[in-house]
Design a protein around this ligand. Structure first.
Ligand SMILES: NC(=O)C1=CN([C@@H]2O[C@H](COP(=O)(O)OP(=O)(O)OC[C@H]3O[C@@H](n4cnc5c(N)ncnc54)[C@H](OP(=O)(O)O)[C@@H]3O)[C@@H](O)[C@H]2O)[C@@H](O)CC1
Ligand SMILES: Nc1ncnc2c1ncn2[C@@H]1O[C@H](COP(=O)(O)OP(=O)(O)O)[C@@H](O)[C@H]1O
Ligand SMILES: [K+]
Length: 512
């Protein structure tokens, strides 16, 4: 699903106005009418309902005043709190202000927090938050801070216009304070700040309102950000005359003493997401554990050295994996001497690779090795692993993750998946934000499951970016569906694997 940054939205709006000759006031009217319809859907009869409307100094405030008009016409008991000097309003908000005045809709100009009618606010069933939209440009302080504090203390149903005031539409950052909405009506396209944390926590139910932005503009629009939703994916039925060779052979290279589970999880996840064949290349000492827990996969045990891969086995490993379709490297690998040599030899095979966990820690010793890759490489770090790859602290990574993810993917020509509650995926051009998943995934082993799923989707001939997006989405969706039987606290990576079948089915049947 395409998203738009505030800059991109302003471009789209100004092209609607200048190239397609749709007057600004028409866009505002559509935005307000669409929001009003959503409120009506939520409340049914609006007659007599007490509504406090908060309108700021920009166009977001203009939308709010137009919404106030629709509510008033529907019989609501409306009080508009305008936190601006009417003489300084932009033309379209000024028109809406003048209409309200001519209709005698009560308007309170707020210059000080005490100007707010406390009694009316306390008895309001609905609050309209039109203080700031995508034009929020700095930290909220003073009067606006106090107003948002008051709004958040209310028990009313809070509707944010376009975006909860205080949330940066591009980064999701809370700029000092933000409205905690029950419903956010956003215009034309949703914004990244509504899917990334913490902004996502402030939106409540998110609805996109059509404001009549021309179809051509939306179709041609190449967004920087996308949100992953079910409709983005298609999973076909298998051909009736298929055989296992049609669905790829994955080599999982990983495991070490005490970490056989990581390979077992990845192998089972790969099989449950449709891989034709899975072979695990493991140090000899964990082979029995692997074979007894993972019946459908094959294993290729190699000489170990105190529980880890031995350098003497590298040629053997490379020889075994060279005819496989995808290499999945790193889960449970541990840290051992010369791991970088093994990774280099695997990259030289020119096979699609998924690199995770200790495979990433090995890679971080020489990220330049990626330049040797001639086939798609997918990296799946969590923030700590990514911090090692980019040579920054975890907090620096978290502060600047949107840029870093894209820049890293571009520089090294890889697909970078930064695993978090709001996982990001980038190919160096666009950024995809995952919308599925829940805190039940915050358990060791969840990442191993994800790697197995992605490797499996690549092995089934999906493009690496598509496989990464679908894999991340499926992984989260399985965890979401599993909550019908498990709590977030009790959910295990094994349960996520077992629910893959329902997740795949849910994507196949989404249109029905
Ligand atoms: N055709 C269109 O464009 C359409 C637009 N639409 C609607 O317009 C919204 C965008 O409107 P907008 O650009 O006027 O910005 P908005 O968010 O109302 O506020 C900007 C004002 O706030 C000020 N300000 C910023 N931060 C501040 C702070 N911390 N504390 C205090 N002040 C602060 C800022 O001041 P400045 O930064 O300029 O100094 C400026 O004066 C969009 O979200 C949607 O709802 C729809 O109607 C559809 C058609
Ligand atoms: N709160 C959450 N909401 C959604 N997904 C989550 C959440 N916590 C963790 N995850 C997902 O779970 C996985 C954890 O991976 P990782 O940290 O590598 O675990 P491990 O290394 O133990 O296997 C990632 O895919 C991450 O996106
Ligand atoms: K708002």
């Amino acid at each position: 699903m395409k998203l738009s940054t505030s800059f991109e939205m302003k471009e789209l709006d100004s092209r609607s106005i200048n190239e397609f000759k749709i007057p600004d006031i028409v866009l505002m009217e559509n935005a307000s009418r669409g929001t009003f319809e959503l409120i009506k859907k939520q409340f049914g009869n609006i007659e007599g309902v007490r509504v406090s409307v908060f309108a700021g100094l920009g166009n977001n405030g203009g939308d709010a005043m137009a919404i106030a008009r629709h509510l008033y016409n529907a019989g609501a008991n409306v009080l508009v709190n305008l936190v601006a000097n009417p003489d300084n309003l932009n033309p379209s908000p000024k028109i809406n202000y003048d209409i309200l005045c001519s209709m005698n809709v009560p308007i309170n100009i707020i210059n000080h927090i005490d100007d707010i009618n406390e009694v009316f606010l306390a008895h309001s069933q609905i609050i309209i938050d039109g203080l700031f939209g995508i034009g929020l440009s700095r930290k909220i302080e003073g009067l606006f801070y106090e107003i948002i504090e008051k709004i958040n203390k209310s028990n009313a149903f809070i509707v944010s216009v376009d975006i909860p005031s205080g949330i940066n539409a591009d980064t999701a950052e809370c700029l000092g304070i933000a409205v905690k909405a029950d419903l956010t009506a956003t215009f034309a396209l949703a914004k990244p700040g509504q899917f990334l944390y913490p902004g996502r926590l402030y939106c409540g139910q998110l609805e996109v309102v059509d404001i009549s932005t021309p179809k051509q503009l939306l179709d041609d629009f190449k967004p920087t950000f996308n949100a992953l939703v079910k409709d983005d994916f298609v999973i076909e039925d298998r051909p009736k005359n298929s055989h296992k060779g049609n669905f790829g052979h994955i080599a999982i290279v990983g495991g070490s003493i005490g970490k056989s589970g990581a390979v077992i999880l990845a192998a089972n996840a790969a099989l449950r997401s449709g891989a034709g064949l899975v072979s695990a290349v493991v140090p000899n000492c964990i082979n029995t554990a692997f074979e007894s827990s993972c019946i459908e996969a094959m294993s290729y045990p190699v000489k170990d050295n105190n529980g880890f891969f031995s350098k003497e086995s590298f040629d053997d490993i490379v020889c075994f994996v060279k005819d496989k379709d995808v290499i999945c490297f790193g889960m449970g690998l541990g840290v051992f001497d010369d791991g970088l040599d093994l990774l280099e030899s695997l990259l030289e095979l020119k096979k699609p690779m998924v690199i995770d966990a200790d495979g990433l820690n090995v890679l971080s010793k020489d990220v330049g090795l990626l330049q040797k890759a001639c086939a798609p490489v997918i990296l799946t770090p969590h923030p700590k692993e990514f911090s090692r790859l980019v040579g920054k602290t975890t907090s620096e990574v978290l502060k600047n993750r949107l840029n870093l993810v894209k820049e890293f993917a571009k520089k090294y020509n890889v697909i970078l998946i930064l695993k978090m509650a709001d996982t990001l995926i980038s190919d160096g051009e666009s950024i995809f934000i995952n919308t599925s998943g829940n805190p039940g995934l915050s358990t060791g082993g969840s990442g191993d499951v994800l790697s197995g799923i992605i490797a499996s989707l690549v092995a089934q001939n999906n493009d690496a970016l598509y496989a990464s997006c679908l894999g991340v989405y499926l992984h989260g969706l399985s965890a979401d569906l599993a909550l019908s039987d498990y709590s977030e606290a009790s959910l295990l990576p094994t349960d996520v694997i077992n629910y893959l079948t329902k997740a795949i089915e849910a994507i196949k049947t989404k249109a029905q």
